[in-house]
Design a protein around this ligand. Structure first.
Ligand SMILES: O=P(O)(O)OC[C@H]1O[C@@H](O)[C@H](O)[C@@H](O)[C@@H]1O
Length: 234
């Protein structure tokens, strides 16, 4: 791909740089299936792609429960993971996510690491834009943190009260921090909600990375281009 028309690349993290979308998926599935009453169909990967993927933690819980017609009190971020609240359920999933991460560690996708190295050497501005509050830990574990002067993650968006994906605010904030106009930024996303955020922000190019969401769903959400791996963008 010819990158000369672009001055910055805004990377989602989980599922784009590292295979940690799979770790999130597993942790969500274990948590929701332990919680759902027996009269409800089981939570599946389709539920993840439709309601949870790419969104801030408690938004994912709320949107999935709403789709199943289940209403729980919001609770507080300090809720114990056993509390039957939106926050309690999100915290239970987070505990599981961190257990798996600590046990297994994380390696980046080789094609993503190569693209990041190439763009950094070419002087393209680099940012990570992730809904996850675990983004800094994951990026460090993958040994790629030194490439990203700008990280707009779940912690920063909460602090700055930015609206999460599918709203474009977190991507726009990263572009601003890199001093890059949206029209000269490439957004790289694997989640429907993230691609929608890229399309809503009118960025120069929105790349959908198909790690399971499906090419047609990513295109419908607003991807200009869909790839299977970032290797294709070298
Ligand atoms: O619970 P966290 O680590 O803050 O992450 C929130 C979301 O972050 C996104 O990056 C993942 O795609 C989602 O699966 C995850 O639910």
């Amino acid at each position: 791909m010819d990158w000369s028309a672009y001055s910055a690349a805004l990377f989602d993290l989980d599922g784009v740089i590292t295979p940690t979308a799979e770790v999130h998926m597993r942790a969500w599935s274990e948590m929701f299936n332990a919680f759902l009453p027996p009269d409800q169909p089981r939570y599946t990967d389709d539920d993840y792609y439709q309601y949870v993927d790419g969104k801030p933690r408690y938004d994912g819980v709320r949107d999935f429960l709403q789709a199943r017609g289940i209403s729980l009190p919001e609770g507080l971020p300090s809720d114990d993971p056993v509390e039957p609240t939106v926050c309690g359920l999100g915290n239970a999933k987070n505990a599981r996510f961190n257990e798996i991460l600590t046990r297994d560690g994380v390696q980046p996708y080789p094609g993503s690491a190569r693209l990041i190295e190439k763009l950094a050497a070419a002087g393209v501005g680099l940012a990570v834009v992730s809904s996850s509050k675990n983004a800094a830990t994951v990026l460090k574990a993958a040994r790629l943190d030194q490439y990203f002067p700008v990280v707009v993650d779940g912690l920063r968006s909460a602090e700055e009260q930015l609206l999460g994906k599918p709203e474009p605010d977190t991507f726009l904030r990263a572009a601003g921090l890199l001093d890059a106009p949206a029209s000269r930024c490439v957004v790289l996303e694997d989640a429907i909600s993230g691609v929608q955020a890229g399309a809503a922000g009118e960025f120069g190019l929105v790349v959908g990375v198909d790690r399971g969401a499906g090419e047609s769903a990513l295109r419908e959400a607003g991807a200009d281009l869909v790839v299977q791996d970032l290797e294709e963008l070298l």
